[in-house]
Design a protein around this ligand. Structure first.
Ligand code: NAD
Length: 355
């Protein structure tokens, strides 16, 4: 039974991780989250009353607050997910990405180092810091290149991926220089329940349900690997608990798909599940609209996950088809969650145990 501090636990992946920790383990969790637009405590409503869950609205760039929260909570494990995560936003305004993803990670590493160096030897040896990152740090792959492995050189293209690459380097430097027991994982595109509607899959589902155009960048031929978020949460726990200190683990779904095919698959599932369509819509795919491509848009990401399976025995439980179907159903059955995000009320009535 561990005390686990999660940063960014009100976000998409962080909330999936915390739901899993509270519902399927006996660990105690402290969620530190600034609650930016992407933080939604309503994604944690099902665990908010657990005596093993606490929340504190804390900015990872606030050194004094971090030191005090870590000291009070006395974690055995820190899982760092807090980040600015949307590529389009990083192009429109990179400052927050540099601040949170780079300066915030540095600030957290220093607060951790301070705490870890004061632990008694037994707890010091057991302590772990797990940094959660993205496959976008490896940059654009040609159509025929092999998927990125843990030793593929970094070549980030967007302000988002460059800021995540920087944070990965900082984490490894703190391990090598100070001996802080760190692990890094780099994962491909996640999808699933509670995903903020600005990201591709929920954006397409919700636009379709409202009879709005389904925007596809460029020709829609960009290729991404997709992983169901609950599979990612299971992978993160495997890395954090059983991974080797100082190592990096690539996590992915072995599901390379063109964006246009992802959009078409969503339309086909919606055609099947919601026969009553918005007025004027015959088939959801008729709403597909090609829009000007994103600057610097990477064509293909793909990730080699053999280290995760051979070393940690992890494999995704969902196929892309089963995960996408679950996701579409979730949005159909949880309209109040996404309507409150779309109309902004999720930011007004915030719930949860304040630490
Ligand atoms: P998200 O944008 O949904 O959530 C990020 C969370 O971090 C939010 O709750 C936000 O309030 C919080 N946050 C932002 N700035 C903060 C700050 N300064 N201090 C404290 N909290 C802050 O992101 P996500 O999709 O859940 O991604 C989580 C992590 O996983 C990120 O580090 C991201 O880079 C990484 N990742 C995401 C994906 C993906 O497909 N979504 C894939 C691979 C890796």
């Amino acid at each position: 039974m561990m005390r686990i501090l999660v940063t960014g636990g009100a976000g998409f992946i962080g909330s999936a991780l915390i739901r899993q920790l509270i519902q399927h383990s006996s660990h105690t969790v402290l969620n530190l989250d600034k609650l930016t637009y992407a933080g939604n405590l309503e994604s944690l409503a099902c665990v908010a009353d657990s005596p093993r869950y606490q929340f504190s609205q804390t900015d990872i760039c606030d050194a004094a607050a971090l030191v005090s929260q870590i000291q009070q909570f006395q974690p055995d494990l820190i899982m760092h997910l807090a980040a600015e995560s949307h590529v389009d936003r990083s192009i429109d305004g990179p400052a927050n990405f540099i601040h949170t993803n780079i300066v915030g990670t540095y600030t957290l590493l220093e607060a951790c180092r301070h705490y870890w160096s004061g632990l008694v030897p037994e707890r010091k040896t057991a302590f772990r810091f797990h940094h959660v990152s993205t496959d976008e740090v490896y940059g654009d792959l040609g159509d025929t290149s092999e998927p990125s492995t843990e030793t593929t050189p970094y070549s980030p293209s967007s302000p988002y991926s460059a800021s995540k690459a920087s944070s990965d380097h900082l984490v490894r430097a703190w391990q090598r220089t100070y001996g802080l027991p760190t692990l890094v994982s780099n994962c491909s595109n996640n999808y699933g329940p509670f995903h903020f509607p600005e990201k591709l899959i929920p954006h397409i589902i919700l636009n379709a349900l409202q009879g709005r155009p389904l925007p596809v960048y460029g020709s829609g031929e960009q290729i991404r690997d997709w992983l169901y978020v609950e599979d990612h949460a299971r992978a993160l726990l495997a890395v954090a608990v059983h991974g080797r200190i100082g190592e990096t683990y690539n996590i992915g779904g072995n599901n390379e798909k063109q964006n246009l095919d992802v959009v078409r698959s969503i339309c086909a599932i919606l055609d099947e599940l919601t026969p009553a369509k918005p007025v004027g819509v015959d088939q959801y795919a008729d709403l597909i609209t090609f829009v000007e491509d994103r600057p610097g848009h990477d064509r293909r990401y793909a990730i080699d996950t053999s280290k995760m399976s051979s070393e940690l025995g992890w494999r995704p439980q969902e196929t892309f088809d089963s995960g996408l179907r679950k996701t579409v159903r979730w949005y159909l059955e949880n309209t109040s969650w996404w309507q409150r995000v779309l109309n902004g009320t999720y930011r007004l009535d915030r719930i949860g145990n304040q630490a």
